[in-house]
Design a protein around this ligand. Structure first.
Ligand SMILES: [Zn+2]
Ligand SMILES: [Zn+2]
Length: 264
C-alpha cells in the first residue's frame, strides 16, 4: 500500500503522535507513507488555527524517516491550505522553505469562510458548490507549488444534498485541464467513505471519468488518516475504483518527482 495522505498530532485536528502513526502503518503493511500535516494559513476558525511548528515538524519527519528506514519509506509531505490573495504568499514561502517530497494543495475555505462550519450558513447548496469550484480554479492559477490537488470534491461533504453536477462540470474541466497542463495530479481520498457521502467517492465517478478522458494520469491514494485505524483505509476498494475508470498506475513521489507504480 502507498498511502499518500496522513496526519499526526502536528495537525491541530489530530491527536496521535507521529511515531505511533508510522508504527501502525508498518504493521498495516504500508510500504510508503506520506505524512502530510496541515498548514492552513489564515484559517478563519480560531479553535483550529492549522498553524504548524515547522522546525519540530521537520525534525519529526527526519527522525521517523531514519528510525523506520528499513521497514517503510516515509514521504516527507505537507498539506497546504490554498486560498486567495496574501494567504497564497504564505503558501509559496512554506512550500519553498523545506525539501518536501510531496505537497498536497487543498481547499478547506472559500472566500475566507471555512467550509466546515460557516460557508453554507449563507448559501444554498447549488450556489455554494458553484462558487467553490470557481474559487478552486482561481486558487490553483495563483498558487502552484504543489503536486496533487487534495480531495477535489470536498464540498460534497458539507452540502445538505449533493446537487446535480452538470452546471459545474465546465469549471471542473477547467481545473483538471490546468492541473494536467502543469504536470500535477489529483488524489483518490477514501475519507469520503467515512463521511458517508451517499456512496459518492472523492473524486466522484464523473470527475474521475473526465480526468481520464482529458488525459490525466497522475493520481495518488490517500486515506487522509487522522487516527491509526484509518491508515490504508479502503485501499483495495480504491484501487478497484481506479482500475474501473481505466487507471493503471498509482503515483508515488520522491523529492517532488512522480514515479508511477502499476496497480495490482
Ligand atoms: Zn484536507
Ligand atoms: Zn488531510
Amino acid at each position: 500500500m502507498y498511502d499518500y495522505h496522513s496526519h499526526s498530532d502536528f495537525s491541530d485536528d489530530c491527536t496521535t503522535p507521529l511515531r505511533d502513526m508510522v508504527r501502525t502503518a508498518v504493521t498495516a503493511g504500508i510500504r510508503e507513507l506520506a505524512v502530510t500535516d496541515h498548514y492552513d494559513p489564515d484559517y478563519p476558525d480560531r479553535n483550529f488555527p492549522f498553524e504548524l511548528d515547522f522546525s519540530a515538524y521537520h525534525r519529526g519527519l527526519e527522525e521517523v524517516e531514519r528510525e523506520f528506514s528499513d521497514r517503510i519509506r516515509i514521504v516527507k509531505g505537507i498539506e497546504i491550505g490554498i486560498q486567495h490573495g496574501d494567504t497564497n504568499q504564505k503558501c509559496r514561502e512554506t512550500a519553498a522553505a523545506y525539501p518536501y517530497d510531496f505537497i498536497i494543495g487543498s481547499f478547506h475555505c472559500t472566500g475566507g469562510q471555512d467550509l466546515y462550519t460557516e460557508y453554507f450558513k449563507t448559501r444554498s447548496d447549488e450556489a455554494g458548490v458553484a462558487e467553490f469550484y470557481e474559487y478552486v480554479y482561481k486558487g490553483i492559477r495563483d498558487f502552484q507549488n504543489f503536486d496533487v490537488l487534495g480531495h477535489i470534491n470536498v464540498i460534497d461533504r458539507y452540502v445538505k444534498q449533493i446537487p446535480d453536477y452538470k452546471p459545474y462540470m465546465e469549471t471542473i474541466e477547467a481545473i483538471l485541464k490546468e492541473l494536467i497542463s502543469l504536470g500535477k495530479g489529483i488524489e483518490i481520498n477514501t475519507s469520503s467513505f467515512r463521511y458517508g457521502m451517499n456512496g459518492r467517492t472523492t473524486p466522484s465517478s464523473d470527475i474521475l471519468t473526465l480526468y481520464k478522458d482529458l488525459g490525466g494520469e497522475i493520481i495518488t491514494y490517500g486515506s487522509d488518516a487522522h487516527r491509526e485505524s484509518h491508515l490504508g483505509y479502503m485501499y483495495k476498494e480504491a484501487m478497484e475504483i481506479l482500475q474501473h475508470h481505466g487507471f493503471r498506475y498509482l503515483a508515488t513521489f520522491r523529492e517532488r518527482k512522480c514515479t508511477p507504480i502499476l496497480i495490482r
